[in-house]
Write a protein that binds this ligand. Structure first.
Ligand SMILES: Cc1cc2nc3c(=O)[nH]c(=O)nc-3n(C[C@H](O)[C@H](O)[C@H](O)COP(=O)(O)OP(=O)(O)OC[C@H]3O[C@@H](n4cnc5c(N)ncnc54)[C@H](O)[C@@H]3O)c2cc1C
Length: 493
């Protein structure tokens, strides 16, 4: 019997994962990727000897025994297993230089918080106790768990719901003004995410289940691509999928930008869901729910501007991330900022020449602001990017004296940069309610009404971060194997 053939659009983490599990299960897959390398948003780029990382702050599943760790083993994602576990999640510094360090060691964190705010001892005990509830379990494993297994493992639904309030509301538990001000920003400065997502991350950092793979995000993606090739899979690069071919009521293949058509039994799209639904499929397969969900992509690009500097400066003793409150707010591109969200890569020496480091600033922005500049006035677009870098260096100079003179390489990536390289310009919204978060954690692969043999995976189809997208790929192939009555046979790399 001929093997079931599958076309996958996009070599992002979801697409690569689906490809690997398809090959492991004796299905015949092929990936078409518009860029010249794998990874999509899980990427990095080189400038003058520096590696500017575009993605991983935290990778879930770094500890043997966890289901995500097993998945990474199957995907060959961590071949050298060198994982870095920085001692802090971040440090928040107010405009006077007073610092709240979010140590990943919960005992040390408790002590530090009580030194900062002795009158809040009771609230701090409650916070640390809640984080300890997540030191043996990881919510990001949800897509790999049955409902029953989820219920057995995790704090009860009601307990999670009680921890469903946003970071900024939870901060009101603290009386100390410094803690009240800084606490909402400690989870990537996402003040609106439910506190249980933060507690899950903190608990898992403590237990060393969340870390950072040495070498950066692109190496991580490339390792999965290598695994796919070793399994006999084929990735075609510089292959932009223009249309999904439909025959009757089923997806039958793809048409590339150069006009080539390729047929398959099943099509999976890991590309931006909006583009898949409205461009590749011409908006033919919709119902009210999907129309409402996808009809207008969000204009909010969380962490949509990434400004990286390669500096002749050793940052290895600095925290791995800083939220830096500024004495004077600065206008950067489309909005004013009273604080900056910094990542400092001194913890991974492989990303810079010896004794030097990379520092990156992440800024929220709006997609439409950059789109108008990019297409309306390209010179102004370039000038605005240069201005962003200059303004940031002025602001950083206060915390890192002489940094301006130490810059050896720099790069400003905007939502348009992301769109060009990954097809995802709008990025994601970080305003999540409790139920949105629970739905996101489960994130099953999506289908469209009236269209058979077609699936969507990836972040814009509901995958939660790198593990969520990879798990979607795994779950989808398991489902396809069941439908085709063939064995799903994951194997370790
Ligand atoms: C700044 C930033 C930091 C992040 N930090 C973390 C983190 O610390 N931990 C974590 O778990 N997650 C993190 N994430 C999220 C994570 O990167 C994404 O959830 C994940 O990488 C998305 O994978 P995906 O499967 O959706 O594919 P994508 O990355 O969206 O890739 C899709 C691929 O499809 C290709 N494509 C698109 N259109 C076409 C077409 N028409 N034809 C052919 N190919 C096409 C693209 O080129 C791309 O390669 C971060 C994201 C960002 C932006």
């Amino acid at each position: 019997m001929a093997k079931t053939s599958i076309i996958i659009i996009g070599a992002g983490i979801g697409g690569l994962s689906a490809g690997c599990y398809a090959q492991m299960s004796n299905l015949n897959s092929r990936i078409f990727e518009m860029h010249n390398q794998p990874g999509g948003q899980c990427t990095a780029w080189k400038r003058s000897g520096y590696t500017f990382d575009g993605c991983i702050h935290h990778l879930a599943g770094c500890k043997p025994g966890y289901l995500l760790y097993l998945m990474w083993e199957e995907l060959g994602a961590l071949p050298n297993k060198q994982i870095i576990f920085p001692q802090d999640m971040c440090q928040v510094e107010d405009e006077h230089g007073k610092a709240f360090t979010v140590y990943t060691d919960l005992d040390r964190l408790e002590q530090h918080m009580k030194e900062l705010a002795p009158q809040d001892a009771q609230a701090i005990d409650g916070y640390i106790k809640s984080a300890r509830d997540f030191t043996n379990v990881d919510l990001l494993e949800t897509p790999l768990l049955t409902r029953g297994a989820f219920a057995k493992r995790f704090p009860s639904f009601f307990k999670l719901a009680r921890l469903g309030k946003p970071m900024k509301t939870y901060a009101e538990k603290f009386k100390d003004p410094f803690l009240r001000k800084t606490f909402p920003t400690i989870q990537y400065d996402w003040t609106d995410v439910p506190v249980f997502l933060h507690l899950n991350m903190l608990g898992n950092c403590h237990s060393k289940n969340y870390g950072v793979p040495a070498g950066g995000s692109l190496d991580f993606s490339k390792a999965i691509e290598q695994r796919y090739r070793r399994l006999g899979g084929d990735v075609e690069y510089n292959a932009y999928v223009k249309d999904i071919l439909v025959e009757g009521n089923r997806a039958a293949g793809v048409r590339l930008a150069d006009g080539t058509t390729c047929q398959a039994d099943i099509v999976i799209s890991d590309a931006y869901a909006y583009t898949t639904i409205f461009t590749m499929l011409g908006g033919q397969f919709l119902n009210d729910k999907i129309r409402k969900q996808y009809a207008k992509p969000s204009d909010s690009a969380t962490m949509g501007i990434q400004v990286s500097f390669g500096v002749n400066r050793d940052l290895s003793k600095e925290p791995r991330a800083i939220v830096l409150f500024l004495k004077t707010p600065v206008k950067i591109a489309d909005r004013e900022h009273d604080r900056l969200d910094l990542e400092l890569f001194g913890y991974d020496p492989s990303l810079a020449p010896a004794g030097k480091s990379v520092i990156k600033v992440l800024l929220n922005t709006s997609y439409s602001f950059w789109k108008e500049l990019y297409y309306g006035d390209h010179e102004k677009y370039q000038a605005t990017k240069a201005q962003v870098a200059e303004t940031l260096l002025d602001a950083l100079e206060v915390r890192f004296p002489d940094i301006k003179s130490q810059v050896e390489a720099s790069d400003v990536a905007t939502p348009m940069t992301m769109e060009r390289y990954t097809g995802v310009g709008q990025g994601f919204e970080n305003k999540l309610g409790f139920f949105d978060s629970m739905a996101l954690l489960k994130g099953p692969p999506k289908t469209l009404p009236g269209l058979r043999d077609f699936y969507m995976i990836g972040a814009s189809a509901g995958g939660a971060g790198i593990p969520g997208c990879a798990a979607q790929g795994r779950n989808l192939i398991q489902k396809i194997c069941k439908q085709k009555k063939t064995a799903f046979t994951p194997t370790k790399s």
